[in-house]
Design a protein around this ligand. Structure first.
Ligand SMILES: NC(=O)CC[C@H](N)C(=O)O
Length: 438
């Protein structure tokens, strides 16, 4: 008998199902204006304020919490193409103390994007780890959102016109005419990396057996976790710190992701050019870090039409290295607006590593086998958070190379820089987030 279809509706966990602080039906009106002239009216949620930003879309179907706390989204109004957003709420962002402690559960300590645009905000949420709704979280972090707009139409426009400056006008502002073209704020004119980077060096997992310095352009927490989980002692440095002044203390250098135009990072690329000339240990860069490696190698970083943001970007490996096999396609997590220009010939000592299967943009570069160097850069995010873990072993490859390099050089022996367990410090006052065994 099929007269009654029984659908099991999961019970909301521990009474955590709530309504947003202000139900959308009674919230303020909101309008998303694009500099190209179109406007989309909906209802506001989150913080009741108006913002400017660069309007971009992401095709990810999960992980709105990770995307929104990714520092690379700084200055951007993030449009989710997935219609229902907020249905699993937001977890606590305080990390339980364990051996992989980098201080946060999500990708940074706060919401980084300027605003979010969703078709259908879920005001009720259900997840065992959720502690609040998306709307309440946005409100607490001063970030406005708009719901009830046709995100398919907005995405089609952004795809056809390219990434466009926008204004999310909320409340009374929503009744005003759209800003004039010259009134739109362009976040890429600012050095967003300088805002997102740590201001002072700090260490994670100082008892790790291999020492990795991280140039922080706005690093996602999962990048730091991925290094720490593989046993690295990590020193996080401000984006413009000249690593050359301390490089002899390290077994490897990592360059992180970061927001905005990579050309603002030219000072870091120039420092790196010297490192590449004079220091022969493993170097790995992700996204902004990859672009900085490319600029140091002599490649040009250009602005793409609408970039790649999502968790389903296929990339083809053109060379084998470590866990990566030439000829294989890997599905990757991405969030970028700029890319390295493919040029023929490539600079001496360098080769393309990956290419995007959709738009043929450069997805990775590496030093050639005969260059004597071990340097890799990838435009995508092997650390995921969110997205697929197809390329996560690139972190193992990097830390393994650092370790092998250290063994070759004999740095593992006692007597080097005060003995193998002593952590050389940059300055006595570097704060240490010391790992505590779980
Ligand atoms: N995720 C990133 O590191 C992004 C790099 C750079 N901001 C870009 O948009 O291309």
């Amino acid at each position: 008998m099929f007269s009654r279809c029984i659908i099991r509706v999961p019970r909301f966990h521990r009474g955590l199902a709530t309504h947003a602080s202000v139900p959308v039906s009674t919230s303020h009106p909101a309008v998303l204006h694009l500099k190209t002239g179109q406007s989309f009216a909906g209802r506001s949620f989150g913080a009741p304020c108006s913002v400017f930003g660069e309007t971009v879309f992401s095709t990810s179907i999960t992980s709105y919490t990770e995307s929104m706390t990714d520092p690379s989204y700084r200055g951007q109004i993030l449009v989710f193409t997935t219609p229902l957003i907020g249905n699993y709420g937001v977890p606590s962002n305080i990390t339980p103390v364990n051996s992989q402690d980098v201080g946060v559960t999500l990708e940074s300590s706060t919401v980084q994007c300027s605003a979010v645009v969703v078709a259908d905000l879920a005001e009720r949420f259900s997840h065992h780890a959720a502690v609040e709704s998306l709307a309440a979280w946005c409100a607490r972090n001063g970030v406005p959102g708009i719901t009830g707009v046709d995100t398919r139409a907005i995405t089609t426009l952004l795809r056809d016109q390219g990434t466009t400056l926008g204004r999310l006008a909320v409340g009374e502002d929503a009744t005003l005419p759209p800003p004039k073209p010259e009134e739109y704020w362009d976040p890429t004119t600012e050095n967003l990396v300088a805002q997102a980077s740590t201001k002072t060096p700090y260490e994670l997992n100082p008892t790790g057996d291999v020492r990795v310095a991280v140039l922080d352009f706005g690093a996602k927490a999962n990048i730091l976790r991925s290094l720490v989980r593989r046993g690295a002692a990590v020193t996080v440095l401000p984006w413009n710190f000249d690593f050359n002044t301390i490089r002899d203390r390290y077994d490897g250098l990592f360059l992180s992701n970061g927001p905005g135009d990579p050309n603002h990072c030219m000072p870091a690329a120039l420092n790196l050019r010297r490192t590449l000339r004079e220091w022969n240990k493993p170097i790995f860069g992700i996204c902004m870090g990859h672009q900085v490696i490319g600029m140091a190698a002599g490649l040009d970083a250009y602005r793409m039409m609408f970039g790649n943001r999502g968790h389903n970007q296929p990339v083809l490996a053109l060379a084998s290295s470590g866990s990566i096999k030439a000829g294989r396609v890997y599905v990757t997590s991405q969030n970028h607006q700029y890319a390295l220009r493919l040029q023929d010939p490539f600079p001496d000592g360098w080769e393309p590593f990956f290419i995007n299967c959709n738009d043929s943009s450069v997805e990775g570069i590496k030093s050639t086998a005969d260059s004597g160097r071990k340097v890799w850069g990838v435009q995508f995010h092997p650390e995921s958070a969110g997205g697929p873990l197809d390329t996560i072993e690139m972190f193992t490859d990097f830390v393994t190379e650092c370790r092998a390099n250290k063994l070759q050089l004999g740095l593992h022996t006692d007597g080097m820089i005060g003995g193998k367990n002593e952590v050389p410090t940059l300055a006595p006052d570097i704060p240490r987030r010391v790992a505590v065994a779980a």
